[in-house]
Design a protein around this ligand. Structure first.
Ligand SMILES: Cc1cc2nc3c(=O)[nH]c(=O)nc-3n(C[C@H](O)[C@H](O)[C@H](O)COP(=O)(O)OP(=O)(O)OC[C@H]3O[C@@H](n4cnc5c(N)ncnc54)[C@H](O)[C@@H]3O)c2cc1C
Ligand code: SF4
Length: 494
């Protein structure tokens, strides 16, 4: 696999990235992949180690290590090295439904678990994946896979995010007739209206949706299941239903002044920006949402970072990003060894851009909001914040973040974006289907299973496992498809 001495001969080389001050001029992707010849050398760096953790996808210390899809990473890296691009595409397609999405947005759990990452730099598996799939699209190898025989079985998939799309793709290719219901005006779930265009251009989503339509999947948009159409109607019309509605119930910040105008949930804000861009064919940019305003982002995670990058592009006057937890270490702590996912400081694209524009890191650690202050018109204009410290809770014995007296401060905040995570599924859908939910409001199934408490109703993705990643959503969609197929046919070859 790869070249046995490749990792000693070649340095890791990744895509060329436009400088922050240049790329913020628009909402386009800003990474230019390296040439195919150079990419082959990156494939050569894979050293066929005895135990390829990169493809294991196992849980270590509560976090996934290696690819959850079990992509055959050393094999595809080898095929990149030898320039067998078509074989590489076919091998990747054995485990993966949409490499063009993950090769843009995945945090690359494979690379974190790569043996080269133990004391050097990992193999650039994510960019190898991108080179494989983009070559395949360019060469016309990604063709509609239309089933030769239809089984006569019908399936409704609710939600067109990556889990719903993966389930629909697999079930349709198996010969079942699949209809995807989506409440938004465009399909894609958070691939469309969550992840910003500069990370995943929406033409990449459209390209895949068109292919799925050619394969025979039907998309019914602007239809909110549980409101526009009832669960009973669907259960009468279809043999099986897959609930893939995401974990779209955002965690709120319930402090005094929350009712002020100008306070948005991150996904609503990000979705609005993308919708305006798409509706106007990128002619209209909704500058009015943040231009010349002090933007306060609450939440230090990836969604918060997307809000930072988007606010910078909209011409914000300042951007502050609050994080409750302490600043992570620069290097792995002793209790977080390889191949665990590294809990280390990461400066993402949005933060890099804020640093370039404002001259400092937008992140403020161990801090939270205690009050929003509105002006006479009811618009938020300031926020009261306070420092936090870690302290043991007397009753539960658990460590809690508690306010530090005397550290209160008032900062300007004309726009507040709440990126504090998600609480799970939405009640109206789970009530409509009467499926059991767990304490986190995720739809309940037996471990490693996908059928809900209601016969013929299955679930997948964030709605099942809670807020997660695109790669997990695709895995869940594929596995739910297996379960549905088995329940329909008595066996499965998916
Ligand atoms: C801002 C943001 C950025 C992110 N960035 C990344 C990233 O860079 N990398 C990464 O790996 N992960 C990222 N994630 C996480 C990732 O997007 C999700 O884990 C993934 O999209 C979950 O897929 P899903 O199919 O389960 O649900 P979703 O993508 O949430 O899709 C669910 C779909 O169901 C539809 N729906 C819900 N209820 C109904 C109904 N009743 N009727 C009809 N349709 C319905 C919704 O409109 C939606 O389209 C990000 C998440 C957010 C919020
Ligand atoms: S899907 Fe993600 S974890 Fe899996 S191989 Fe691709 S980049 Fe790595």
């Amino acid at each position: 696999m790869g070249k046995p001495t490749g990792f000693l001969e070649y340095k890791r080389e990744t895509a060329k990235v436009l400088p922050p001050k240049v790329r913020i001029a628009n909402f386009n992707e800003f990474r230019t992949p390296i040439s195919k010849e150079k990419q082959k050398k990156q494939g050569a760096r894979c050293m066929a180690c005895g135990v390829p953790f990169c493809q294991s996808g196992m849980m270590l210390n509560g976090m996934a290590s290696g690819c959850p899809l079990h992509n055959l990473v050393p094999e595809t890296n080898d095929l990149v090295y030898t320039g067998n691009w078509k074989q590489a595409y076919l091998r990747l397609s054995k485990t993966h439904s949409f490499p063009e999405f993950t090769s843009r947005v995945c945090p690359a759990l494979c690379e974190a678990a790569c043996t080269c990452n133990l004391d050097s730099e990992p193999v650039s598996t994510k960019e190898n994946e991108r080179a494989i799939i983009e070559t395949a699209w360019q060469e016309g190898w990604v063709k509609p896979q239309i089933p030769r025989v239809r089984t006569g079985k019908t399936i409704a998939v609710i939600g067109s995010g990556p889990s719903g799309l993966a389930a629909a793709q697999q079930l349709n290719r198996r010969g079942h007739s699949v209809t995807v219901y989506e409440r938004s005006d465009r399909p894609g779930g958070l691939l469309r209206y969550g992840i910003p265009n500069m990370k995943l251009e929406k033409s990449v989503v459209d390209r895949r949706i068109h292919l799925m339509e050619e394969e025979g999947v039907q998309f019914v948009l602007n239809t909110n299941v549980g409101k526009d159409i009832t669960a009973d109607e669907l259960l009468k019309k279809y043999d099986r239903v897959v609930l893939a509605c995401g974990a779209s119930n955002p965690r709120d910040i319930k402090v005094p002044g929350r009712e002020a105008k100008g306070i948005y949930f991150a996904v609503d804000f990000l979705g609005k920006v993308t919708k305006t861009l798409l509706d106007s064919d990128f002619e209209k940019v909704p500058y009015e949402l943040a231009k010349d305003k002090h933007v306060l982002v609450i939440g230090g995670g990836d969604t918060g970072n997307d809000c930072v990058g988007t606010s910078v592009r909209l011409g914000a006057k300042s951007v502050t990003q609050l994080e409750m937890m302490p600043k992570p270490p620069v290097e792995r702590a002793a209790n977080n060894p390889w191949p665990q996912w590294p809990r280390v400081l990461k400066t993402d694209y949005g933060q890099e851009e804020a640093i370039a524009v404002f001259g400092h890191d937008p992140r403020v650690y161990q801090t939270t909001v205690t009050e929003f202050i509105a002006d006479k018109k009811g618009n938020v204009c300031k926020a009261k914040i306070v420092k936090l410290k870690s302290q043991k809770d007397e009753k539960t014995g658990r460590m809690m973040m508690v306010p530090v007296e005397g550290t209160e401060e008032v900062i300007p905040a004309d726009v507040v974006l709440i990126a504090a995570g998600f609480l799970g599924s939405q009640k109206y859908v789970t009530d409509a289907f009467k499926v059991s939910i767990n304490g986190r409001t995720n739809v309940e199934t037996k471990p490693e299973a996908y059928e809900t408490s209601v016969p013929r109703v299955f679930t997948a993705g964030d709605m099942h496992r809670g807020q997660s990643l695109v790669v997990w959503a695709i895995r869940e969609g594929r596995e739910a498809a297996r379960a549905v197929d088995e329940s329909l046919m008595g066996y499965t070859n998916l």
